[in-house]
Design a protein around this ligand. Structure first.
Ligand code: ADP
Ligand code: ASP
Ligand code: MG
Length: 400
């Protein structure tokens, strides 16, 4: 007996049959004597479809209106799931983000949760209702609807688990847990029994879509243990927590991120403070810069190359062209970032060379490298990305 938060992603509620399947999981948990709060995403591809509809009409629409539109997806799934639970015969109520007390900042389409006022949630739980909450959404100080960014329902679930000090937070999805690589793309990807918050945060940030990175950040901050598991196959999933066993693996996973643009500034006048001027200009426009490479100066000039997300590429170039003369600025969006993640690499020299060897043997050229204590990332041609992930995975993950 306890309080359990269960989150179901879009594919888990994609159609009537799947909604009934979720209702069964939720009501079984409730009938075992638990209080249950359920967070759901929009059905199937609903969010993508809504974005497409908006783009047909006005691709530059105000983000406030995008949020008005996108929140509708989750409104549909909470009410349908509540109806399914009612049909099974359990007491239930559905709540939109604002009704569940989600207060966010005002950055439309990627808002951050400021706090959750849990009064309504607590009152409904006290009435022994199963509470079904719309993921991915909240309300700002002006009473406007906001959304938390793609994949944001994971964060909604963790936020509720933290606010209510839940005993468990289960993230149900369409795979059986967190794997050493995307199991839909990489043969022999292995399911992990457990993984640390730090490793999961890196995997999620570097492209493993299975958990949203902000949800992992929040789970770590509030000590919410997560289980990632399948809504279709009732077997134990992967636990995300503070410490985890290494299971004889040097790395935990290999990821790919295609949302990368490589901006090069060539033949830049080599004057003191120029890097500061460039990067402060970009940060003033909220452009997040990832990997930075600077060449040695030669004949009074140097090159600076850096990566940003794809949609920030054109803006970065425009800003740089406005401020810099006598240099060449190019933006390449046909690149990808492939990374390996694992706390084990810190104590194992040779991890980087093993990764580079796997890429060399597949004839894949590395354009940039970046490392931290628990990850190594390389920038390569986008067309090589899938091959690179498979080759690196094969080099590191035993094929038992
Ligand atoms: P949901 O709709 O349940 O939120 P997502 O589509 O956001 O599900 O995330 C699940 C998907 O993440 C899986 O179908 C899988 O293809 C992908 N994925 C990418 N990397 C990994 C990984 N390392 N482990 C498990 N799944 C992964
Ligand atoms: N429906 C939203 C999306 O597709 C939120 C989520 O699925 O977590 O991004
Ligand atoms: Mg998701």
């Amino acid at each position: 007996m306890g309080l359990i938060v269960q989150k179901f992603g879009g594919s888990s509620v994609a159609n009537a049959e799947r909604v009934m399947n979720v209702a069964k999981i939720v009501t079984d948990t409730y009938k075992q004597g638990n209080d249950v709060v359920v967070v759901v995403s929009a059905q199937g591809d609903t969010t993508d479809d809504l974005i497409e509809k908006a783009n047909e009409i006005n691709p530059n629409a105000h983000k406030r209106e995008m949020d008005q539109l996108l929140t509708a997806g989750e409104q549909i799934s909470i009410s349908l799931l509540a109806m399914a639970i009612e049909k099974i015969g359990c007491p239930v109520i559905s709540l939109l983000g604002w009704q569940a007390g989600f207060n966010t900042n005002s950055i439309h389409t990627s808002a951050r949760i400021k706090n959750i006022k849990p009064n309504r949630l607590q009152a409904e739980i006290a009435k022994h209702n199963i509470v079904v909450v719309a993921g991915f959404q909240g309300i700002n100080r002006y009473d406007d609807l906001t959304t938390l960014g793609r994949g944001g329902s994971d964060t909604s679930a963790v936020a509720i688990a933290a606010a209510l000090k839940a005993d468990k937070c289960q993230i149900f999805t369409d795979v059986e847990g967190v794997y050493t690589a995307d199991p839909r793309k990489v043969e022999n990807a292995k399911k992990l029994k457990d993984i640390t918050y730090d490793e999961m945060l890196e995997l999620a940030t570097l492209g493993a879509q299975v958990l949203n990175n902000r949800s992992v950040e929040m789970a770590k901050k509030y000590g919410v243990e997560l289980e990632v598991l399948s809504s279709l196959n009732p077997i134990p999933g992967t636990i995300v927590k503070e410490t985890a066993k290494m299971e004889k693996m040097l790395i935990r996973g290999v990821t790919k991120d295609k949302d990368v643009a490589l901006v090069s500034i060539l033949n830049l006048q080599d004057t003191p403070g120029i890097a500061f001027k460039i990067f402060s200009k970009l940060s003033a426009k909220n452009i997040n810069v990832d990997i930075i490479l600077q060449s040695f100066g030669r004949d009074g000039t140097k090159d600076i190359v850096f990566t940003v997300s794809k949609d920030n590429g054109p803006l970065a170039v425009e800003l740089l062209e406005d401020m810099l003369d006598n240099c060449k600025i190019v933006c390449n969006t046909e690149v990808a970032k492939v990374s390996i993640v694992g706390a084990g690499m810190e104590s194992h020299p040779g991890t980087a060379s093993k990764m580079f060897e796997a890429l060399y043997e597949s004839n894949i050229n590395i354009q940039m490298i970046s490392t931290s204590e628990i990850k190594i990332s390389v920038i390569i041609d986008a067309e090589d990305a899938d091959r690179a992930v498979s080759a690196v995975h094969k080099a590191f993950i035993p094929n038992d």
